[in-house]
Design a protein around this ligand. Structure first.
Ligand code: DQA
Length: 149
């Protein structure tokens, strides 16, 4: 099984009703469904997870080391605060794509710094739910071009 972990951080469980003018009206469940379909066309399975707890995201990243070829992560607000997530991604060494629904660089300045970007292969933001599918395409091409999938 060619597995990709898609990890979601705090408040993303509220998508659909959370600040729809910024994040749209799609729910996380519908994003998961779209990701599963996209992954299938690329020849991958996904394990899609959400947690509001920083340490659980760290555990999921560790778990990915044994069970996945790569990671797509929307760490939500922990993107801008978490050295622990930075260290976990670095420690695990899997190709990781950072994702955001919104264009964080168009928003408040506290969203302009990411602890994930320096340890990510790449970053996709600003395309709403489509950001996830673009990240899957990017990750798939990295995995295929490096002979890992
Ligand atoms: C977000 C952007 C973050 O700044 C914010 O804290 C989120 C969502 C996004 O997907 O646009 O929770 O990661």
């Amino acid at each position: 099984m060619k597995m990709i972990y898609i990890l979601n951080g705090p408040n993303l469980n509220l998508l659909g009703t959370r600040e729809p003018e910024i994040y749209g009206t799609d729910t996380l469940a519908s994003i998961e469904k779209a990701c599963a379909a996209k992954a299938k066309t690329l020849g991958f399975d996904i394990d899609f997870r959400q947690t509001n707890i920083e340490g659980e995201l760290v555990n999921h990243i560790h778990h990915a080391r044994e069970h996945a070829l790569g990671i797509v992560i929307n760490a939500g607000a922990y993107t801008h605060t978490s050295v622990a997530l930075h260290d976990a991604i670095k420690a695990v060494g899997l190709p990781t794509i950072e994702v955001h629904l919104s264009n964080v660089y168009k928003r408040e300045s506290f969203r302009h710094h990411s602890y994930i970007s320096p340890v990510a292969h790449g970053l996709i933001c600003g395309f709403g739910p489509k950001s996830y599918e673009l990240a899957l395409e990017g990750l798939s091409s990295i995995l295929k071009s490096t002979g890992k999938a």
